[in-house]
Design a binder for this molecule. Structure first.
Ligand code: GTB
Length: 217
């Protein structure tokens, strides 16, 4: 049975890997698992049919048979569990990979997203100039720590795992904002992720949406 995921019909980044369906596409591509994509407009995401799949009216969702999931991390976890290859067989290594999945989404992503939202959406606020250094410091602290832990290793814990997939996905989003360039080992880590054939296929598929789909509303 072919899973169906949802993605933006019109993404603000023009389909260049920022929206979170990218992680799901990447995981599916790593498994060579074919998938269908249902594109949704911003208004459709808030309608009952989509809210039945995703209580917060967002993308991505994942449907396969009688299973419906939301949250990109849970979807990637499910794909990794079902197919093997993204989680090590050794029990301890597997738990460490899962730990990195949570670390990517719970510890590294929030300060990076906070910084991005501040820069893109809050520049006109009267408190922006005061708050921004605090937001920058929080993001740099996390990247300092992650950079120190990664060191000169290729991946976070030996071989490439779902933990790396999510961590690279999180860092990729900050790539164009300049901050990642301050960390050569993290930049190289993201570049290694981007060089994976599965990443490239996922990226191309997301980009194709922007170049071919006409908005419905
Ligand atoms: N925690 C959830 C997950 O990981 O699945 C978060 C899902 C989420 O934030 N979805 C966003 C969404 O549906 C798209 S990814 N937003 C619509 C809404 O909330 O109404 C966030 C995103 C979107 C676009 C860009 N971009 O174009 O640069 C970057 C990130």
């Amino acid at each position: 049975m072919t899973p169906i995921i949802t993605a933006f019909e019109q993404s603000p980044d023009h389909g260049t890997g920022q929206a979170r369906d990218m992680r799901v596409r990447w995981a599916l591509e790593e498994m060579n698992q074919p998938y269908d994509v249902r594109l949704v407009s911003f208004s459709e995401m808030k309608e009952p049919a989509h809210l039945a799949l995703h209580p917060f009216g967002q993308i991505p969702t994942y449907e396969k048979g009688d299973l419906t999931l939301f949250e990109s991390g849970a979807i990637v976890f499910h794909i990794a569990e079902r197919h093997g290859g993204l989680l090590p067989d050794d029990a301890n290594a597997r738990w460490r990979a899962i730990t990195w999945m949570f670390a990517a989404l719970n510890t590294v992503e929030p300060p990076l997203v906070d910084r991005e939202v501040a820069m893109l959406q809050e520049r006109d606020k009267p408190w922006y100039e005061q708050r921004q250094p605090v937001v920058e410091d929080r993001a740099r602290k996390r990247l300092d720590e992650l950079s120190r832990r990664l060191g000169d290793a290729d991946w976070l814990d030996g071989t490439f795992t779902a933990g790396d997939l999510l961590m690279v996905g999180v860092l990729f989003r900050s790539k164009d904002s300049g901050i990642l360039e301050e960390y050569p080992n993290l930049s190289a880590y993201v570049a290694r992720g981007e060089a994976r054939p599965a990443f490239m296929r996922a990226f191309a598929a997301q980009l194709t949406v922007f170049t071919t789909v006409q908005p419905s509303k």
